[in-house]
Design a protein around this ligand. Structure first.
Ligand code: 3HC
Ligand code: NAI
Length: 656
């Protein structure tokens, strides 16, 4: 079956790409496009060409699956150069997303039209690459250096109207009328002479050397160790200074080098892993339940975050709290989050109002008699959770899905306290729950496939990435976290400071250091968990008391203005605290330890090894399905650098 077909309408050829699911530029697409170009140039009955795609999107880029194979001719830059050199105008007609190589194909065309909902982007940085088919050379010639650098370094797509404003798009078509609009646009250009090819145009805003250096320094600081954004900016800047042929070959050289890099391999692993987490063989074809209304028990940090996420995804939400005061505090937290989304332009006033209508609070569990799903987010205490589940079983429909957001507790035990335990599962969100992309879906011994599949469907509606986890203390994420925190505590007692460890891990590329993160999340949940585990702890195991002593002082992190650091007057930026230094010194002395210094590399390696060894145990026990799933948990839930591919990938553990 051909993936590119050519038809004609009164001297206009319609070149149509049909390569599901996203019209990626596979070898077949490249070859057939090249051939179409050759034959249309020779066809005297044709005066112009519309390039359009079938299916859900315009060309979404190079075929990433081919990156691991030897490149085959025709290469994409040659196809695009061939289109640009055509003797007849080519008009790209774009719907969906023209991304990466797809966007570069449109830049080889002589004009670009797009429907209002279309998007244009060069997301190669997210794969550890730079545009490799002329994107960094043609884009600045069309929209200027500044806009081009923004697009290639952030990888963020722009809307058709923004693209129209900055000159990337020539005309915007109403949604649903692309083909007719493109044909009529083409007809209006048929008698005009061909516009100058974009690659032959000058770059008009080349910055001087000092400004170029500043631009690169700014991109590098934001990239925090990732190479591709810096290379992408450098390629755009070079293209303004070099002759166009040199610019193309310099871009290609950078692209090929990055394609072979460990960072790109890691980011490609992340791209595919993110899409694999929800593919669970036994759940394929299982019908999911229709969920429209959701109860949330508890309006604290997590309850309010989960309620907000649910409202933003279009669910009706009833929040249950212990008393009116707590209910009103929970409602205020939700309102603050939704108002924040409104003020940042993420939702319209109309949507905000609708969410206000869809949300209510109550102190009576009876308000939940009709809800389809309930997520419990009360205190991390088994007794309290069991009481809540018993109440839910009394009032909810017998088939209502009941989920717990517990961080560590045994979900099998919680399920056993419920009637119809096949409807009970864990939905473990991460804070702030309306932002963090990860949800661990906890599979109990008794959960039905229908309930599990519905858990995955809910995560998808919330636009989150679900990762399946078996039941164990802390599931995938918090169990590994607890293990590497132990290593941090050992290093602390042996001579490192919280700042040493936080700085090392930030330099490793983590969004935050482990102590800063604890201060942000709150030290109390971990403390409660350590107390819960104390009776079963192996007395021979080394136990560092520093964290407990900090908690005993009521220092629970940012929310109490003190934890591992101090946060005077509610500041978010912690400063080292002599109180903590003294506790550390006392504990070292009590343990008879002579403090030694740690290099940054040693700290990073100890922490990575701790993650990998616990990850391996989790795999061996069947708690996680794959090393890739563990990687996703840490990248999406704990700020592990994407460009390292996750802890298992970085530690050399790959799925076979
Ligand atoms: N190559 C190969 N497969 C791709 C692909 C690509 N460029 N883009 C998407 N796919 C696959 C996905 O793996 C998925 O496969 P699966 O069904 O087997 O899991 C399927 O297409 C559908 O993808 P999504 O689930 O992501 O579908 P969505 O509708 O949610 O999103 C999209 C569509 C916005 C196009 C999104 O897939 C996307 O962002 N794709 C990547 C785009 C990209 O990075 N392009 C640049 C590639 S590098 C390049 O072009 C280099 C050039 O400069 C030389
Ligand atoms: P929190 O202390 O901020 O909120 C708990 C809320 O539950 C309080 O508002 C309390 O009034 C309410 N509550 C207690 N008992 C109740 C009952 N019987 N009925 C109705 N409401 C009740 O706690 P947080 O941080 O929101 O944690 C909640 C759960 O989420 C815990 O199980 C925790 O382990 C888990 N979790 C916490 C994360 C975090 O980062 N804070 C991340 C992921 C999970």
């Amino acid at each position: 079956m051909p993936v590119v077909t050519v038809t004609s309408q009164n001297e206009i050829a319609i070149v149509r790409v049909n390569n599901p699911p996203v019209n990626a530029l596979s070898h077949a697409v490249r070859s057939e496009l090249f051939e179409a170009c050759e034959s249309l140039d020779k066809d005297d009955t044709i005066k112009a060409v519309v390039l359009i795609c079938d299916g859900r999107t315009f060309i979404a880029g190079a075929d990433i699956r081919e990156f691991n194979q030897a490149p085959k001719e025709p290469h994409l830059p040659d196809v695009i150069n061939r289109i640009e050199m055509s003797t007849k105008p080519w008009i790209a007609a774009v719907h969906g997303t023209a991304l990466g190589g797809g966007c570069e194909v449109t830049l080889g065309c002589h004009y670009r039209v797009a429907v209002k909902s279309a998007k244009f982007g060069l997301p190669e940085v997210h794969l550890g690459l730079i545009p490799g088919a002329g994107g960094t050379v043609r884009l600045p010639r069309l929209i200027g250096i500044e806009s081009a650098i923004s697009m290639v370094t952030t990888g963020k797509p722009i809307s058709a109207s923004e693209a129209h404003q900055n000159g990337l798009v020539d005309a915007v078509a109403p949604d649903g009328e692309l083909e007719a609009f493109a044909i009529s646009f083409t007809r209006s250009k048929m008698t005009a002479s061909l516009p100058i090819a974009i690659s032959r145009r000058p770059v008009t805003d080349v910055p001087d050397d000092k400004t170029s250096k500043e631009i690169l320094a700014g991109v590098s600081a934001k990239a925090r160790g990732q190479l591709s954004p810096v290379e992408a900016a450098a390629s755009v800047l070079d293209s303004g200074k070099l002759d166009v042929v040199e610019a193309f070959s310099s871009e290609r050289e950078r692209f090929v080098q990055l394609k072979e890099s460990e960072q790109s391999a890691a980011l490609r692993h992340v791209f595919f892993s993110e899409r694999q987490t929800s593919k669970i063989g036994k759940l394929e074809g299982i019908k999911t339940r229709n969920v429209q209304s959701c109860g949330v028990i508890g309006g604290g940090t997590m309850g309010a975050g989960i309620a907000s996420a649910m409202l933003l995804a279009g669910y009706e939400v009833i929040m249950i709290e212990r008393d009116e005061e707590a209910a009103s505090a929970g409602a205020q937290r939700v309102a603050k989050t939704l108002d924040g989304s409104l003020s940042r332009g993420l939702i319209s006033q109309e949507k905000r109002d609708a969410m206000g209508e869809a949300f209510s609070t109550s102190t009576q569990y009876e308000a939940l008699t009709a809800t389809d799903l309930v997520v419990e987010a009360v205190f991390e205490d088994m007794k309290v959770k069991k009481q809540v589940f018993r109440k839910l079983c009394d009032v909810c429909r017998p088939d209502a899905i009941l989920a717990t957001n517990t961080s560590y507790l045994n979900v099998n035990e919680i399920a056993a306290s419920a009637t119809n335990p096949e409807r009970v599962l864990g939905l473990h969100f991460f804070s702030p729950a309306h932002i963090m992309k990860l949800v661990e879906i906890i599979e109990t011994e008794t959960v039905s496939d229908e309930t599990l599949a519905t858990g995955f469907a809910i995560a998808k509606k919330l636009r989150k990435v679900p990762v399946l986890s078996g039941v164990c203390d802390g599931f995938i994420g918090n169990r590994i976290l607890a293990n590497y925190r132990k290593q941090c505590d050992y290093m602390l007692e042996d001579g490192a400071s919280p700042q040493d460890i936080d700085t090392a891990m930030r330099n490793f590329g983590m969004a935050m250091g482990p102590f800063e993160m604890q201060d942000m999340a709150g030290l109390d949940i971990g403390w409660a968990n350590r107390k819960r585990l104390a009776p079963t702890r192996d007395p021979k195991e080394r136990y560092v008391k520093i964290a407990d002593r900090i908690c005993e002082l009521g220092r629970f992190g940012q929310k109490t203005e003190a934890g591992w650091y101090q946060y005077p007057e509610g500041s978010r930026k912690g400063i080292p605290d002599p109180v903590v230094e003294e506790i550390i010194a006392e504990e070292r002395k009590a343990a008879g330890i002579v403090p030694r210094s740690f290099t940054m590399a040693e700290i990073q390696s100890r922490i990575l090894q701790a993650m990998v060894s616990e990850g391996q145990k989790i795999l061996d026990e069947g708690i996680a399905r794959s090393a890739a799933d563990i990687d996703m948990v840490f990248i999406l839930g704990y700020g592990f650098p994407r460009w390292r591919g996750g802890p298992m990938f970085a530690g050399g553990v790959r799925d076979t």
